[in-house]
Design a protein around this ligand. Structure first.
Ligand SMILES: NC(=O)c1ccc[n+]([C@@H]2O[C@H](COP(=O)([O-])OP(=O)(O)OC[C@H]3O[C@@H](n4cnc5c(N)ncnc54)[C@H](O)[C@@H]3O)[C@@H](O)[C@H]2O)c1
Length: 324
């Protein structure tokens, strides 16, 4: 297929582009490099440095794209609470402009990077796609808003749309001489923060609260290896059906606590990471674990690298050779 990957210079988009190229697809990456890296774009991909708001420059009528995979966006939940206007603009207004370009160019399929943040504090665990959607931050609200836009677009204009709701993404792609991983700045995700501490780039780790109703008292999150996540996009491209908006959670269904993450990071890095216990953070749910039963049943998706050892091990290999 001829594919446009927005945000393909970022973490998940660059790993997915690699898998798409390996599967024989033709990939054009469109990215404004606001948080992405030119070097993360595979040499076999065509690179267009542009904003998604200007995607019509690439998605011209007759350009013949078979699908758009839309990863581009702003992703820091904390920042979205202090600069909400940025998030509404990038994740909604500009994404709607992208959708206009998709419609005008007659692109039949659209795969969107949605997020577990659309659910907010879960009422029931594990979280299914039908769970109450009550985002607790602006980031989640912007992603949910675009999910709604996709639903109406699919029904009204016969688009084959798929939203993939990622839980916590971790790990790196390390294969065939390619190494692609996570380098957000500032880093807000626990695993890369532990690696920064292990590499001596950050003084200590903070764990926010150890009195939650979980086995060891620290928050539990569902981690998914970026390679497993990327594979789901290829399956979603095959499953996308005109006039339908399909929605799939992507997680392991198996949570790991903050303490478990730290223990495995100590094992993998060989560094006795200093940890400071800090008070609970406002709005942090005790446990967030996905049900990915629908993705397993309908897409035939099975996460393969589902241990913390695999995720932190790959992330550490990438971090040591490319970031530290
Ligand atoms: N990383 C996670 O744990 C996680 C979890 C859930 C959902 N997601 C979603 O997955 C997607 C990718 O996340 P990521 O971790 O790879 O983030 P990232 O910041 O590494 O990548 C985002 C990319 O989008 C580009 N971009 C942002 N705004 C743009 C615009 N207006 N025009 C063109 N390019 C633009 C950035 O330059 C960057 O390359 C995001 O939509 C995010 O909401 C990520």
């Amino acid at each position: 297929m001829k594919l446009l990957v927005t945000g393909g210079a970022g973490y998940v988009g660059s790993v997915t582009s690699r898998l798409l190229l390996d599967a024989g697809h033709e990939v054009t990456v469109l990215d404004n490099l606001v948080t992405g890296f030119r070097a993360a774009v595979a040499p076999e991909a065509t690179f267009v440095e542009a904003d998604i708001a200007d995607a019509a420059q690439v998605l011209t009528p007759g350009s013949g794209f078979d699908a758009v995979l839309h990863f581009a966006g702003l992703i820091a939940a904390g920042e979205s609470m202090v600069k909400p206007e940025l998030y509404w603009h990038d994740n909604v207004v500009k994404s709607l402009a992208l959708l206009d370009a998709v419609r005008a160019a007659g692109v039949p399929r659209f795969i969107f990077s949605s997020t577990a943040a659309v659910y907010g504090n879960p009422v029931e665990l594990p979280i299914t796609e039908n769970a109450v959607k009550a985002p607790t931050n602006t980031y989640g609200a912007t992603k949910l808003t675009f999910d709604h836009a996709l639903t109406s677009e699919a029904f009204a204009h016969n688009l084959a749309a798929v939203s993939l709701r990622y839980f916590n993404v971790a790990g790196a792609y390390i294969s065939g001489g390619h190494e692609i991983g996570e380098r957000h700045d500032p880093e807000t995700h626990l695993i890369p923060i532990t690696l920064q501490v292990a590499a001596g780039k950050r003084e200590k780790l903070q764990i926010f609260g150890d009195d939650y109703p979980t086995a060891d008292g620290t928050c539990v999150r569902d981690y998914i290896h970026v390679q497993d996540l990327a594979r789901a996009h290829l399956l979603a491209l095959d499953a996308a059906t005109a006039g339908e908006h399909r929605i799939y959670n992507l997680g392991n269904g198996n949570g790991f606590s903050n303490k478990q993450v730290v223990e495995v990071a100590r094992e993998v890095t060989g560094v006795d990471l200093p940890v400071e216990l800090a008070p609970r953070r406002e709005g942090d749910p005790a446990t967030l674990v996905a049900s990915s039963a629908r993705a397993r049943e309908e897409l035939g998706w099975v996460p393969e690298k589902n241990t913390l050892q695999a995720m932190i091990g790959d992330a550490w290999s990438f971090y040591r050779s490319h970031v530290a």
